[in-house]
Design a protein around this ligand. Structure first.
Ligand code: NAD
Length: 412
């Protein structure tokens, strides 16, 4: 429920009460420095359910929400293609912003969003979530400490059922930001770049796969990235609901939730559901605020295992580091060892996203995952797409625009 206004807290409104917006709600409620202060959502049904649960205002449009004077910030969890307009509107009304990944679908839009936030002197955090998790932070610290020598290789692979979860039409259209390239791969890029201290990607080679003509968008990718600091990385992703790489992570799901093996079942369920109703409607019925899967969504947001995004192995000259259930597995010259992480915070990285917003709004700290970080991550997604289409190595150096004034951040 809404808490009393306190200058040491950030009053936040949620824009879009779909899956991402809904998962964030319990995380906001559990955060000591953030207060749920409103929501905007076109679906009357979701608004009605939200209004029954919370005393704060819920509006049909973002225009109405950003006019609320008590609001300090908004969390933009609307479909990708709306992120740019929604950030511009929030900035115009002086609201700080968390925007979901991908930051936008065009680099020029990212530039406009950065400019608008700078002109309005509001913070922008691109809240990809997975790069914020404790295992990624712990590996980053180990790398930055120099304990294992220079960073050389990073490998991120993830096999999921992504393509067979019910989707909105644009999520299956590559020209509109559909498929895994703009929805899932940003997580891998951001994990890699966070561990490499914010390094840019200088070149990309890639192949992508569209293996199902019925869902004719990229469902698989294999990419190799060169990083500005000298390390290289590979990204492999398959969303075809065959192998599930959570098997390699003790059947802990990406949000830190325990799960039952169910390979192949999402495809079968989708086929069955599609016989009964429209896929986009089905998506809303399953994932929107208060919908059928709401108890599971809440449970995921409260999961207390650490989040992960498939298998992550980071190689330094003196050892390999692997994100594992409960901590980091280390394989160095002195043999294998295991460093346990403290108890995970619930929310699969979302509590840390809110921390980064609070650090910016309450303590004036430049966010690490700011607009420049989000833009550069999008440039890599676009680079992977071009590399796969051309079959050539794509250089990204010239593609990156201006840097943030402060350069690399002090805490990384
Ligand atoms: N970080 C993560 O782990 C994560 C997880 C899921 C989704 N996402 C991101 O969140 C965004 C939303 O994805 P989703 O899966 O929640 O989609 P969704 O379809 O479940 O939810 C989107 C919601 O936005 C609402 N909406 C549409 N137009 C709006 C408007 N003009 N103003 C306010 N609300 C509006 C829709 O009615 C819907 O309820 C995407 O960009 C996606 O990439 C991130």
């Amino acid at each position: 429920m809404n808490k009393t206004k306190n200058p040491k807290q950030v009053q936040i409104g949620i824009v879009g009460l779909g899956m991402a917006g809904s998962i964030m709600i319990p995380v906001i409620e559990a955060h000591p420095e953030v207060v749920l202060a409103g929501a905007a959502e076109p679906s009357e049904e979701f608004r009605h359910r939200f209004a029954k649960d919370f005393e704060c205002p819920v509006t049909e449009t973002l225009e109405e929400l950003v006019r609320l004077p008590e609001l300090d910030a908004v969390y933009i969890a609307t479909p990708h293609q709306m992120h740019c307009d929604h950030v511009l509107m929030a900035a115009r009304h002086g609201k700080h912003v968390i925007v979901e990944k991908p930051m936008a679908l065009k680099a020029e839009d990212c530039e406009e969003m950065i400019r608008a936030c700078e002109e309005a002197a509001v913070a922008i955090v691109v809240g990809h979530t997975h790069g914020f998790g404790a295992p990624v932070a712990a590996i980053r610290e180990m790398v930055a400490s120099g304990r294992f020598g220079a960073l050389r290789m990073l490998q991120s692979f993830n096999y999921t059922n992504f393509l067979y979860r019910p989707r909105r039409p644009e999520e299956l259209d590559s020209n509109l930001g559909g498929g895994i390239l703009f929805n899932q791969v940003p997580h891998q890029i951001e994990i890699i770049r966070t561990i490499a201290g914010g390094d840019k990607v200088t070149s990309v080679t890639a192949v992508t796969g569209k293996y199902d003509t019925d869902r004719n968008t990229e469902g698989a990718v294999m990419a190799m990235l060169d990083l500005s600091g000298g390390a290289s990385a590979t990204i492999v992703y398959s969303g075809y609901d065959h192998f599930d790489s959570d098997e390699f992570h003790g059947w802990i799901g990406e949000g830190g939730n325990t799960k039952e093996p169910a390979q192949g079942q999402t495809r079968a369920q989708l086929a069955q559901m599609r016989e009964q109703s429209d896929e986009a409607d089905m998506r809303n019925q399953l994932f929107g605020y208060g919908s059928k899967l709401w108890p599971q969504i809440q449970a995921m947001a409260r999961a207390t295992d650490h989040p992960h995004f498939g298998t992550l192995i980071v190689s330094c000259e003196g050892g390999d580091l692997r994100s594992a259930p409960g901590g980091i597995a280390i394989y160095s010259d002195s043999g294998p060892e295991f460093e346990e992480l403290p108890q995970a915070r619930a929310g699969g990285g979302r509590a840390e996203v809110l921390d980064e917003l609070c650090d910016a709004v309450l303590r004036g700290k430049q966010p690490f995952h700011d607009g420049y970080f989000g833009r550069d991550t999008l440039e890599v997604c676009l680079g992977i797409q071009r590399a796969a289409q051309s079959g050539k190595q794509i250089s990204l150096d010239a593609k990156f625009g201006a840097n943030r004034q402060t350069g690399r951040l002090a805490h990384v």
